[in-house]
Design a protein. Structure first.
Length: 81
C-alpha cells in the first residue's frame, strides 16, 4: 500500500522530467542546428555570425531555433501531405 502510493507520486515526476529533458534536447540541438544551417545558406553566410551568438537586444538564439522548427514543420507537411 505504501509502495503503491510512493510509485504513484514518484513516477509522474520522473516521467515529466524525462519529457522536459527530451523536449529541451530536441529544440535546442536539432532545431537550433537545423536553423543555423538554413540561415547560413539563405543569407549566404551572413547570419548568424557565430554559433550560439547573442546580441544586445536579447538572444538571437531564439530566432535561429524558430527557423529550424519552421523548417521541420515544413518538411513534415511536405512529406505527409
Amino acid at each position: 500500500m505504501a509502495l503503491e502510493a510512493l510509485v504513484e507520486a514518484v513516477l509522474p515526476v520522473i516521467g515529466r522530467a524525462v519529457g522536459y529533458i527530451f523536449v529541451d534536447i530536441l529544440l535546442n540541438v536539432v532545431c537550433y542546428l537545423t536553423g543555423y544551417v538554413v540561415l547560413k545558406v539563405l543569407t549566404l553566410g551572413r547570419y548568424p555570425k557565430a554559433f550560439l551568438e547573442t546580441d544586445r537586444r536579447g538572444s538571437s538564439e531564439h530566432y535561429v531555433l524558430i527557423v529550424g522548427l519552421l523548417f521541420w514543420v515544413l518538411v513534415g507537411y511536405l512529406v505527409f501531405v
